[in-house]
Write a protein that binds this ligand. Structure first.
Ligand SMILES: [Zn+2]
Ligand SMILES: [Zn+2]
Ligand SMILES: [Zn+2]
Length: 145
């Protein structure tokens, strides 16, 4: 984990009138180490010493400050990951059968083809495209097997 992530997190929290407490730092480490967006029950399984109410509250504070982001699915549990401008641009593969969410990095060539298509769609609507978010819904390899 680079010290930069902690510096960015600390300054965003300060900007939001919050302190970068040790639990918040620990949650950022957990999300940074996780390969995919994780739920509160995942965090509790990995770190049974943490209090669930405190995890819940502090994730909300980190989300408010723009340090982490919530990945929305129609699953009962929200999933969390580092904010994209910290963790890097990527897309999600969401399995409609088992609910798993995988991060996927899109190759540069595909990403620029995407941007080009989305740019023209935006332009048709008088909209200036600056970023995009794109989740792919379907059936994961494990469920297909
Ligand atoms: Zn699946
Ligand atoms: Zn993600
Ligand atoms: Zn993209």
């Amino acid at each position: 984990m680079s010290a930069d992530i902690h510096q960015i997190a600390a300054s965003r929290l300060v900007g939001d009138g919050q302190r970068y407490t040790s639990i918040r730092r620990q949650l950022v480490d957990i999300l940074d180490a996780a390969e995919h967006p994780i739920t509160i029950p995942d965090i509790m399984r990995l770190h049974p010493n943490l209090a669930q109410s405190s995890v819940y509250r502090n994730l909300n504070v980190l989300e408010q400050a723009g340090v982490i982001a919530r990945v929305v699915t129609d699953d009962e549990w929200a999933r969390f990951e580092l904010a994209e401008d910290i963790g890097g641009h990527h897309h999600h593969l969401i399995c409609e059968r088992c609910g798993t969410v995988r991060d996927v990095q899109v190759p540069d060539a595909v990403e620029s083809a995407l941007d080009e298509s989305l740019d023209s769609l935006a332009a048709m609507n008088g909209f200036e495209l600056r970023h995009h978010r794109l989740d792919l819904l379907g059936v994961c390899g494990a469920c297909r097997a």
